[in-house]
Design a protein around this ligand. Sequence first.
Ligand code: NDP
Ligand code: GDR
Length: 329
Amino acid sequence: MPRALITGITGQDGQHLAEFLHTKGYEIYGVIKGQANPRAELIQREFPFVELVSGDLTDLPSLIKAVDSTQPDEVYNLGAVSFVAMSFTQAELTANVTGLGVLRMLDAVRIVGGHTGNPIRFYQASSSEMFGKVRETPQNEMTPFHPRSPYGCAKVFGHDITVNYRESYGMYACSGILFNHEGPRRGLEFVTRKVSQAVARIKLGLQDSLALGTLDSKRDWGYAGDYVKAMWMMLQQPEPDDYVVATGETHSVREFVERAFAEVGISDWERYVQQDPKLFRPAEVDLLIGDASKAREQLGWKPELSFPDLVRMMVENDLRIESSKARNA
Ligand code: NDP
Ligand code: GDR
């Protein structure tokens, strides 16, 4: 039975990846931080096949212990401070967790080594935020980086150090440059889930308005369930490499909002949406659209869920959650 160790197990991608690797017959370990992490219970309830091990990306000894005690074949480094807006107010924390955390995880893997004589395969969760103020459109693996936030800067470090450890020490280390991916497990701080939840609550009469920042930025939005498969596919290749994972379509925040309201039969959505300058970022990423030809050709990966189906899935999920909460209140 292959063994996988996942950091960021409590996050959106950690949950999808655990579910996917379980169908592939993996023994799965998830790194959990803190002494009483409130999300540990969710993982134990919904993913009883995941064994939690203690660790923090800011603490190298704990990472060495996590790798040593689980002896994984594959390590997926998904843990991060991942909210771009927060990275402006907690830049040092972001650099430490999202940037230096990658270096620590690579060192933990390098120090422990592989249990079967085979090297541990390492996946780094890189991001389209590294492209930032984009130098070309669409963006591919060769597009230069120009990050626009402390988060983007930390991800560039994480990406570069992954490539550097591969080149310096011959490690099997891959970096997946994933564009935005969403779904029902998305955190409520991200715009898609914030919108799908608000739309459901407005429809049910539980909320009467929605405050947003810019509606103009455009993102290449895919479905998280599709994207975690690409992570696994990368680690099954004979040689480690870096891949862009994206749909190749871009949509504005405005389009997402309009479509989400349309799902519940509201066409005059502007009545409900206010723009709040506090939600504007000091520097914005205006447009992202990825070229995932390499992943398509070399991994055989392609996205399955379309943009309209993604919006529908998220709104329907929040309608279910919010009506059940209202019933039980
Ligand atoms: P989430 O924000 O949902 O999850 C982040 C995870 O990181 C949580 O499990 C969190 O744990 C964990 N974490 C935070 N700080 C630490 C720490 N100090 N030590 C250990 N773990 C920590 O992110 P996603 O699941 O959406 O994303 C997964 C990864 O992919 C992230 O690295 C993100 O930056 C990257 N990414 C995401 C994209 C997306 O569109 N979702 C696109 C491109 C890249 P806890 O719950 O305990 O706080
Ligand atoms: P992003 O996702 O910054 O692309 O990072 P987010 O959903 O936070 O923002 C997308 C765009 O929407 C605009 N926006 C708002 N965003 C939020 N969160 N809340 C609002 O109220 C709001 N109003 C407008 C933002 O300004 C932005 O332009 C995500 C994260 O998952 C990263 O970890 C990941 O690396 C990238 O996607 C790829």
